[in-house]
Design a protein around this ligand. Structure first.
Ligand SMILES: O=c1ccn([C@@H]2O[C@H](COP(=O)(O)OP(=O)(O)O[C@H]3O[C@H](CO)[C@@H](O)[C@H](O)[C@H]3O)[C@@H](O)[C@H]2O)c(=O)[nH]1
Length: 457
């Protein structure tokens, strides 16, 4: 890595420490790019493991941002989902010491830390070292509020799952969200939830809280969080790569530099393609993947399917109807005019990208916050439909169910005057101005930069 160039205009040295995972590193990097775009003389050290540096070192980054590494003290990426609770635990326990040693070596001295909330030790370390911490949350404001109020309520009361069975009211949580918490506790590993609650319990020790939501999207919840936490809260979302949408090589009809999948999208009519991706983290069983492939074929809709490691297995199913790829530039795909809808697992980054692009969603939640995001999409914002009303144990879809669901969804999503599509456009028109000059998120980013410089640099 290049030594950091520090010149006389450097005013502030911020260290960013994301949770090691694509859907955490991406929004943290997007936040850093936003900070750099508003204040190019800020100095940012972006800390990842050596393994992660290998994945991201060639990605574009602002000049004021430098990658810094700690050793690979956690299990490798390819083993992450084999035992996620053990991976999560390792992040909580193994990364702090090497991070602190790195902190001692960084020059000029660090003036603020942007620490992801799920990196449990970041806030405590900041308190111990007298370095202010901005706690960074990569999920919805609603999910943060639910978990925070639940852990306050649950303190010293035994097993959370037993607690939820006998309660219909928890201060700060609406009765419908208490029911949602029940589903979340049933569907997820209790060790992971326990660790997530421990992380969230630390938030009141932070000097600042950065939310990747947009104020206009969750105004009441963000106001509730402001009344709950002692520190200032800045909703700066969406933390997605909208600054890069201007890249000519990924626009429709962009000529010879264009990736083949954008050319393929260019060749199809407006609102005609279903985009399918289940994020960077969850593993879909091979049996379920086979059903998805067969259901898409039988459903007869045009699709672009991101199958990650399994992509090569499904190429044969495509004929002239679809394209299967391991990965793509998701926001650019979602913003392409030929995309009619997005079949998603409801990760928060994907949700925000679809909202930003004004694309309706077919929801298929699996893990942690995804049930809650799905409810927001389908019930609160009315910009999507659930792929199947699943029972508590069964989140499996047959090919017949898939064929029927994608046909029904596409029938609605492709029509300009369909209510779900109109609502998605309305929400886009509410959210895109937030990132424009003087919009709520742009104003909050400026306020955050001003505050950390005024208070800490
Ligand atoms: O072909 C692809 C597919 C995905 N992505 C990106 O991968 C990320 C996926 O993130 P997300 O939609 O949040 O899904 P997960 O990877 O599953 O995210 C985990 O982390 C999120 C943030 O904490 C949680 O909301 C999710 O539930 C959790 O599974 C996004 O930045 C996408 O743009 C691509 O760039 N190309």
């Amino acid at each position: 890595m290049d030594p950091v160039a520090v010149d006389s205009t450097t005013v502030c040295h911020v260290v960013a420490i994301p949770f090691p995972g694509r859907s955490h590193i991406n929004p943290m990097m997007n936040l850093c790019k936003l900070l750099a775009s508003r204040k190019p003389d800020i100095l940012i050290s972006f800390v990842v493991t050596e393994e992660w540096l290998g994945y991201i070192k060639s990605e574009p980054k602002p000049d004021c941002l430098n990658f810094k590494t700690i050793p690979n003290v956690i299990p490798p990426e390819h083993l992450k989902t084999v035992d996620f609770p053990a991976f999560y635990e390792a992040v909580m326990t193994n990364m702090e010491a090497p991070f602190e040693q790195l902190l001692d070596r960084l020059q000029p001295p660090v003036t603020a830390i942007i620490g992801e909330i799920e990196v449990r030790w970041a806030i405590g370390l900041g308190i111990r070292r007298n370095i202010p911490v901005a706690a960074f949350w990569t999920m919805s404001a609603k999910f943060l509020s639910m978990l925070y109020h639940f852990q306050i309520f649950a303190q010293d009361q035994g097993s959370p799952i037993d607690l939820l069975e006998n309660v219909d009211k928890i201060p700060g949580i609406s009765p419908s969200s208490v029911a949602e918490l029940g589903t979340i506790f049933q569907r997820n590993d209790l060790r992971v939830l326990q660790l997530a609650l421990e992380c969230i319990a630390n938030v009141p020790g932070a000097q600042y809280l950065l939310s990747t939501s947009i104020y206009e999207l969750e105004p009441q919840i963000i106001d509730l969080l402001k009344a709950t936490f002692p520190c200032p809260i800045y909703s700066i979302g969406p933390a997605i790569p909208y600054l890069e949408l201007e890249d000519r090589s990924l626009k429709p009809n962009c000529g010879h530099n264009c990736p083949d999948y954008i050319k393929w999208l260019d060749s199809h009519p407006k609102n005609s393609v279903l985009y399918i991706s289940f994020g960077s983290f969850i593993t879909i069983s091979s049996t379920q993947m086979d059903e998805i492939a067969a259901g898409l074929r039988d459903g007869g809709v045009r699709f672009l399917f991101i199958a990650r490691g399994a992509a090569s297995q499904f190429e044969d199913m495509c004929n002239d109807k679809g394209l299967v790829l391991p990965w793509c530039d998701q926001l650019k795909v979602l913003c392409h005019p030929s995309i009619a809808g997005f079949w998603t697992h409801c990760g928060w980054n994907s949700t925000m990208e679809a909202v930003f692009a004004g694309v309706p969603m077919l929801t298929f939640p699996h893990f942690l916050d995804q049930d809650s995001n799905s409810r927001q999409i389908v019930e609160d914002w009315r910009i999507g439909m659930l792929v199947k009303q699943e029972s508590k144990e069964d989140n499996f879809l047959t090919r017949e169910e898939i064929a029927e669901a994608v046909q029904k969804f596409m029938h609605s999503a492709r029509h300009e005057d369909n209510e779900m599509r109109l609502r998605a456009r309305e929400l886009r028109n509410l959210c895109q101005p937030a990132v424009a000059e003087c919009g709520s998120s742009a104003t909050n980013i400026d306020a955050f930069v001003r505050d950390i410089i005024k208070n800490n640099c």
